[in-house]
Ligand binder design. Structure first.
Ligand code: UTP
Length: 298
C-alpha cells in the first residue's frame, strides 16, 4: 500500500556538548550557517518533501527555537514602516502557520531513540520522517524529497539515508550490513551502532534522515539503553530487520555536512558561503589568500 509521508520529527533535545560553551545558552539548532539557523535548512528540506506536520522534540533551554518560528509583530512592523520589503518577506517566510508545529518535551537526554519515542502520540499510525538538523545536505534535489519519492515506489518498510565513509569513521556512525546492493537502494540485513573499524559490516553509514514505520515506535517502547548508555534508534530499526521487515539504505545524491561537529560546521559555512552570489567573490579571495599564506609559511 502506498502511503504519503506527511509528518516529520525533529529531535532537537540533545545537549550539544561539542559546541560548549556556546550551547550553554544557544540551542545548537539555532546556530547559523551563513544567515539561517540550522533548523531552517531542515524545515525547508521537509517542506520540499511534502511534509505538512512538523513535530519538534525539545528540552529545557530551547525556547529560542520555538520563538524563531513565531510571528515577530514588532520586528515585522519596524521593517514595514522602514520600507524594507525584502527583509520583511524573508522574516515572514520563517513564520510557521498556527498548528503546523507541535512541540513535545524530552525530559532527559536519553538518546535519539528515546527522543523519537517521545513523539509517538503525535505520530500515530502512519509512516513518518525523522530529520536530524545536524546533518545538512546540499544537493539539487533535497535529500528527504529523494527519499520520499523512492519510498513511494517501494510502498512500505523503513528507509535510512546512507553514505560511504572510510573504515576509521565507523565508530561515529550507525553502520549497515548489506544484503543486496542495487545502487541507490540497498537492502539491509543488519545495523550496528558505532562499531569499531574492524567490526563494521560495510562502509555504508546511516545519515540523519529516516522514513520509519510506527512499529519502530513499538520497538522503542521495549528498548533498554544501548551503546553509550543511550536508547538507540538504530537498535529499534535493526529489530525490524530481524523480524524480516524490509529496511532500505538510500544512497542520496548530495553533499552532507556534519554540523554537529566543529570542523563540519566550518566546512559547511565555507561551502554555503561560496554558493551565495553575494558572498562568493569576497570569501573566495579571502580563502585563497589564507591558503597562499599558509603554503608560503611551510
Ligand atoms: P547528538 O548525538 O549529536 O547529540 O544527537 P547532541 O547532544 O545533539 O550533541 P553532542 O554530541 O553532545 O555535541 C543527534 C541528534 O539527536 C538529538 C540531538 O538534538 C541531535 O539532533 N537528540 C540526541 C535528542 O533529541 N535527544 C537525545 O537524548 C539525544
Amino acid at each position: 500500500m502506498k502511503r504519503k509521508v506527511t509528518k516529520a520529527v525533529f529531535p532537537v533535545a540533545g545537549l550539544g556538548t561539542r559546541f560548549l560553551p556556546a550551547t550553554k545558552s544557544i540551542p545548537k539548532e539555532i546556530m547559523t550557517l551563513v544567515d539561517r539557523p540550522l533548523i531552517q535548512y531542515a524545515i525547508d528540506e521537509a517542506r520540499a518533501a511534502g511534509i505538512t506536520d512538523f513535530i519538534f522534540v525539545t528540552s529545557r533551554g530551547k525556547s529560542a527555537l520555538e520563538d524563531y518560528f513565531d510571528h515577530a509583530p514588532e520586528l515585522e512592523g519596524t521593517l514595514r514602516r522602514a520600507g524594507k520589503t525584502e527583509l520583511l518577506e524573508m522574516v515572514k517566510a520563517t513564520n510557521m502557520d498556527s498548528g503546523a508545529i507541535a512541540y513535545v518535551r524530552q525530559n532527559r537526554p536519553l538518546g535519539l531513540g528515546h527522543a523519537v519515542w517521545c513523539a509517538r502520540r503525535l505520530i500515530g499510525n502512519e509512516p513518518f520522517a525523522v530529520i536530524l538538523t545536524d546533518d545538512v545536505i546540499a544537493g539539487e534535489t533535497p535529500c528527504l524529497k529523494q527519499m520520499v519519492d523512492a519510498y513511494a515506489e517501494l510502498g512500505g518498510g523503513n528507509m535510512v539515508a546512507a553514505m560511504e565513509v572510510p573504515p576509521s569513521k565507523a565508530p561515529s556512525y550507525g553502520m549497515l550490513d548489506i544484503k543486496e546492493d542495487m545502487g541507490s537502494l540497498v537492502a539491509v540485513s543488519g545495523m550496528v551502532e558505532k562499531p569499531s573499524a574492524e567490526d563494521a559490516p560495510s562502509n555504508l553509514a546511516v545519515i540523519g534522515r529516516y522514513i520509519l514505520t510506527p512499529r519502530v515506535l513499538q520497538n522503542l517502547n521495549r528498548l533498554k539503553q544501548g551503546a553509550g548508555g543511550e536508547i538507540q534508534l538504530t537498535d529499534a530499526i535493526a529489530e525490524e530487520v530481524e523480524r524480516g521487515e524490509p529496511v532500505w539504505g538510500f544512497r542520496f545524491r548530495g553533499q552532507r555536512f556534519d554540523c554537529g561537529s566543529k570542523a563540519g560546521f566550518l566546512q559547511a559555512t565555507v561551502a554555503f558561503g561560496l554558493a551565495r552570489d553575494d558572498l562568493r567573490d569576497e570569501l573566495a579571495r579571502y580563502l585563497y589568500e589564507v591558503v597562499a599564506l599558509q603554503k608560503a609559511a611551510q
